[in-house]
Structure formats: structure tokens, C-alpha cells
Design a protein around this ligand. Sequence first.
Ligand code: NAP
Ligand code: GLV
Ligand code: GLV
Length: 328
Amino acid sequence: MPRIFITRAIPNRALKVLTDVFGSGSVDVYEEDRIIPREVLLERVKGADAVLTMLTEYWDEEVFESAGSTLKILANCAVGYNNIKVDAATARGVAVSNTPDVLTESTADLAWALILGACRRVGEAERYLRAGKWDSWSPNFMLGNDVHGGTLGIFGMGRIGRATARRAAGFNMRVIYHSRTRIEADVETELNARYVPFLDLLAESDVISIHCPFTSETRHAFGADQFRAMKSTATLVNISRGPVVDEAALAQALLSGEIAFAGLDVFEKEPKIHSDLLTCENAMLLPHIGSATLETRTQMAELAARNIVARLTDAPLPTCVNPETITD
Ligand code: NAP
Ligand code: GLV
Ligand code: GLV
């Protein structure tokens, strides 16, 4: 009977994927509803054949070493896997899986919540009303930016970037994008999207929405120089990973009026928020809820569980990020 460790409670439907195959005795779930403390993680992964982990756990050499040679798969309950040193996993023959596709549409929906919320000052307006400050309709009250008819710039035109771009048609927006590689011509046509160099994306966009992974290349891809190159009326949305944006520089740009608005779902040191950002009324700040719908979170955990079942029964993995580890 294999030993499967899960670092935080997951939806029952996903747990059942594992218990149906291996029995409930093989599954060990960290019982507290909080991030598993590092020392507890190091202890509980010992001798596990499989671990289902959250993006809040950082998997470096030390954790793989603690898990030991029994570990065959690490299933991340997220599409982004910057919390895992994949090289270290690969060197030990540990398969790593993630959860692409099942969260694409829900995350693109939330990108639009941020685009609309930031441009139309939704968070700020609601805070104002709840504070009892609203006294009357007024022609000059809470004026934001029109979203419709503007230019949407997508940084990282992958699965979520495309789903976000697709929704722009309903707002009659022009779509431009930048990635390291240009996407297929027929997809460009379908999305009505134009490939541009990064500097043009910065200069031409009314809204920039960030959808790249966090890598050594994308760290602080958006900083003081980039904000200076953007329109003073522009909005920046980040629903990828916090460190892609230099938060201190963003707060300065928002406070000085270098750019107009920001909508953020992710932060450099979650759950800590840069103190200057918290003072920016022109920023809409959400607690990393991009994929947070009941159906999507259930499907993510199910997909992670299905990857574990596949690895432990020698079947092909649905979504492996280091397939070179699967040799049998
Ligand atoms: P994906 O399909 O792999 O798309 C990522 C895109 O980023 C690709 O088009 C890639 O194209 C581009 N990219 C990579 N490196 C780049 C660089 N240096 N400069 C510019 N573009 C670059 O991934 P996805 O499924 O859309 O997910 C994207 C990210 O969103 C995830 O990695 C995760 O961090 C984040 N996410 C966040 C939430 C949330 O709750 N906030 C939810 C889901 C996902 P090229 O390789 O051609 O450059
Ligand atoms: C969430 O942030 C994910 O990467 O799935
Ligand atoms: C506003 O409520 C309007 O009717 O214009």
C-alpha cells in the first residue's frame, strides 16, 4: 500500500480519486487548515511515495532529501510551479505534475474582474460607500477609465492570456500581445491579436494584463523603467505571480500618477502586502483567488490526484512537467 501525503485538505471528490484506488489508509492529510509549517512538512513527507502539495510549500533540495528515495511524484495543486525546484526533482527521478487547462477560464474571468474593477474604481467606490461617506450622485464623482474601445496588452499569451484576450471582443477592444515567441497565425486571427515588441506593448496599451509564469527571466519584468514607458492613464493587472512586478516601484508609480490604476491578485511575499501598496486607493488588491471557484478548485485537486494515481500505477501522467523522469 503506497503512502500519499497531502499538505492541506482538498475537496472530497478529489480525495475520493485516491481512496477509491488505494484505500483510505494510504492517504495522510495535514489536519490543520493553514500552511503546513516547514518543520512539519519535512517530517511528514518522510517515506511518502507521493505528495500532493499546495503552491504555498517551497520544494527545494532539503524537502526532496527529507522525502527520500521512496518519492515518485510531487503533484502541485496549481498550474504555476515556481514553488518547486524541478531540476532537483528530475535529478532524483521524481515526476512533477501541475494543473493546466482546468483553471484557465476561471482565472481569465478574474482577470476581467480586476480589469473592470481597477479601471472603474470598484473596490475604492465600495470602500467609500461602506465607510458611510457617500452623500449624493455627482457628475464628477469616482470617475474612472472606460474599458471598452481601448487597447488590451497581454504579456504572456499562453492558455490564460488567450482566454483573457478572447473576452476582449465583448468590450470592443484592440488586443496586442508580447511573449518570447509569436503564437500561430490562425490563433492570432481568431483572437484578433497583434504581436508587438515589449516596448510597444508598454507604450500602446490602455490595460496590460500579465499572464507569464514566474521564472528567473520574468522576475521584475515590470519595474520603474516599464511604468515610465506606459501611458499615464494606463492600468496594470497582475494575475500571474507577484515577483513579476516590482511592488515598491509599482506603489511609487501609482502614488505619483505615472500610471493610473492597478489590479493585483498576486504579491511578492504573500500573504504580506507591501505597505505602500496598501495606501494606494487606485489599486484593487485581491488575495490570490484567480482560480477560486468551487468547480475549478475541485477539478484542480482531482487532476493532481489523477496524476498521483497514474504515477503509482505506471500509467501515463495527464500533466507532467518533467516527463523525462518517466522511464518505465
Ligand atoms: P502558459 O499556458 O504556460 O502561458 C504562459 C505564457 O507566458 C506563454 O505564452 C509563454 O510564452 C509566456 N512567457 C514565458 N516566459 C516569458 C517571458 N520571459 N516573457 C514573456 N512571456 C513569457 O501558462 P498559463 O496556464 O496561461 O498560466 C500562466 C501563469 O499564470 C502560471 O504560470 C501561474 O503562475 C499563473 N496563474 C495564476 C493564477 C492565480 O490564481 N492568480 C491562476 C492560474 C495561473 P513563451 O514561452 O513563448 O514566452
Ligand atoms: C495558481 O496560482 C496557479 O498557478 O494555479
Ligand atoms: C445615471 O444613473 C443615469 O441615469 O445617467
